[in-house]
Design a protein around this ligand. Structure first.
Ligand code: KIV
Length: 280
């Protein structure tokens, strides 16, 4: 099933049709994404920031990711569900990293995503060999952003641009079926997209990638702490929800909620008996 969906992605690349991808971490949102027909749903470790309010995605434990992954896996019928391997699940010895990937896969995910780090190729090769589809992730890799000069565009200078092309090639050789390119110049992602056969999915990587991914909470304007330049916000959910909550507060305080239509009625004869019952 997962393999067929992956073949569809290759076909899209071949035919020049764009691949759509978004993050989701729960039942309600993953249901919407699946119903709309988003190709890839990523249970991203960005949930550490946008759901759990933590500063760093490194703070997300593998067990925590599993809870969110299960909610999405159980909900989604058509999209490809990919679980992002948290820092804590892959910056470990090879056997433990492989075991963690196997746990996500055996819980029903169609594959995992692994951010580039020194030594990631050995893990990716082992995971692919175990039959688990892997998406690689290069450019601005948040789990190791401290080693990349922080949250900034990657590959603007010759050395780093060459390094990213090298990493893309190595990830393809290691067996990744797709690549996320994050925060790199559009012309560089165009070069990478032409050099590899596997589909590239951009986030802040311009229009030439084979597909695009965004963090859903950025797209719907729910996460307000920071908004990267590459985000297109389609609606401001933060303001909408805030207004709804303020309206609820006002209605309750003024006695406008709930009304008859939002209440349950007691049959008249039960009411009468209760009123007349002297034991009560
Ligand atoms: O965790 C995440 O949401 C991601 C995407 C931004 C690609 O890795």
């Amino acid at each position: 099933m997962g393999q067929e969906k992956i073949r569809n992605l290759y076909q899209k690349k071949e035919e020049g049709k764009k691949i759509t991808a978004l993050t989701a971490y729960d039942y309600c949102f993953s249901l919407i994404l699946d119903e709309v027909g988003i190709d890839i749903i990523l249970v991203g470790d960005s949930l550490a920031n946008v759901v759990l309010g933590r500063k760093d995605t490194k703070e997300l434990a593998s067990e925590e990711m599993m809870v969110f992954a299960q909610a999405v896996i159980k909900t989604v019928k058509s999209s490809l569900v990919i679980v992002d391997m948290p820092y804590q699940s892959c910056h470990v010895d090879l056997a433990s990293g492989l075991r963690n990937a196997e746990r996500f896969f055996s819980s029903g995910a169609d594959g995992v995503k692994i951010e580039w780090f020194e030594g990631c190729l050995k893990l990716i090769e082992a995971v692919v060999k175990a039959g688990i589809p892997v998406i690689g992730h290069i450019g601005l890799t948040p789990q190791t952003a401290d080693k990349l000069g922080g949250f900034r565009v990657q590959g603007r200078d010759y050395r780093r641009a060459k390094e990213l092309i090298y990493q893309a090639r190595k990830l393809e050789e290691a067996g990744c079926f797709s690549l996320v390119l994050e925060c790199i110049p559009a012309s560089l992602s165009e070069i990478i997209t032409k050099k590899v056969k596997i589909p590239t999915i951009g986030i802040g990587a311009g229009p030439f990638c084979d597909g695009q991914i965004l963090v859903l909470y950025d797209l719907i304007g729910l996460f307000q702490k920071y908004r990267p330049k590459f985000v297109r916000q389609y609606i401001n959910m933060y303001n909408l929800v805030k207004k709804a909550v303020a309206d609820f507060k006002e209605d309750v305080e003024k006695g406008n909620f709930p009304q008859t239509q939002e209440s349950f009625s007691l049959p008249q004869e039960v009411l009468e008996r209760i009123r007349q019952d002297e034991e009560i």
